[in-house]
Design a protein around this ligand. Structure first.
Ligand code: TYC
Length: 110
């Protein structure tokens, strides 16, 4: 069976001479991590605010992620499809820039 066949389900035997093939979407989208990078200047409270606002983290988890990044240099904010990951990175970097913080995020394929 070829790779393309994975997505095609043969329909019931046609009763009126019409070929029936149902295409079933079984492909899962590729997923992408949003990574946050440490720096020496962005305030801890700002990073927590970003994680709560854009990554839907509760205050406690946001604090843990921020401290992890602060201590290890990099950490995961969340895992999303590409467009959503890209939107979250842009929201993060735009808000950081408005506040003149050097906070940086990147996307990495899972
Ligand atoms: N290291 C920063 C400080 O001491 C805090 C910080 C944490 C900055 C995480 C960025 O992604 C970051 N104020």
């Amino acid at each position: 069976m070829s790779a393309d066949d994975d997505n095609i389900k043969q329909g019931d035997a046609p009763e009126h001479g019409v070929a029936v093939k149902t295409r079933v979407n079984t492909k899962k989208p590729s997923m992408y991590k949003v990574l946050m990078l440490n720096d020496d200047y962005t305030p801890m409270e700002f990073v927590i605010h970003v994680l709560e606002s854009f990554y839907n983290k509760a205050h406690e988890e946001a604090t843990q992620i921020m401290l992890h990044v602060h201590q290890k240099g990099v950490g995961t904010c969340g895992v999303y499809t590409y467009e959503i990951a890209e939107t979250k990175v842009n929201q993060t970097m735009d808000l950081a820039q408005q506040h003149e913080h050097p906070l940086q995020c990147t996307i990495e394929k899972v």
